[in-house]
Design a protein around this ligand. Structure first.
Ligand SMILES: [Zn+2]
Length: 96
């Protein structure tokens, strides 16, 4: 089983930072967009888990990685708030 530790930290940062962005929509589409946007901007740090237990020796370089994860998640919030995809789905006009 392969596991991306950065994903866990992005989820944590997302939960911690969400209250700071009251304009954030919070729907499923927007939540996924924030996570995907942040994850795509961060290098993945994979670890292998054995018998269901994640091996944690490969720690994130605490201060620096945490800070860059927070920055990526904050950027993602701003980007999604500026143009939420869920609001861009409009009914088609009746006439072409
Ligand atoms: Zn939304």
């Amino acid at each position: 089983m392969i596991h991306n530790r950065v994903e866990e930290h992005v989820q944590e940062a997302f939960a911690a930072l969400k209250p700071h962005f009251p304009a954030f929509c919070g729907c499923e589409i927007c939540v996924a967009d924030v996570l995907v946007y942040a994850l795509n901007r961060l290098p993945a740090r994979y670890v292998a888990s054995r018998e269901g237990t994640v091996i944690t020796e490969l720690n994130l370089d605490k201060q620096q990685s945490r800070a860059s994860i927070d920055v990526a998640v904050m950027d993602a919030f701003r980007k999604v708030i500026a143009s939420p995809r869920c609001k861009q789905v409009r009914p088609r006009p009746l006439t072409p």
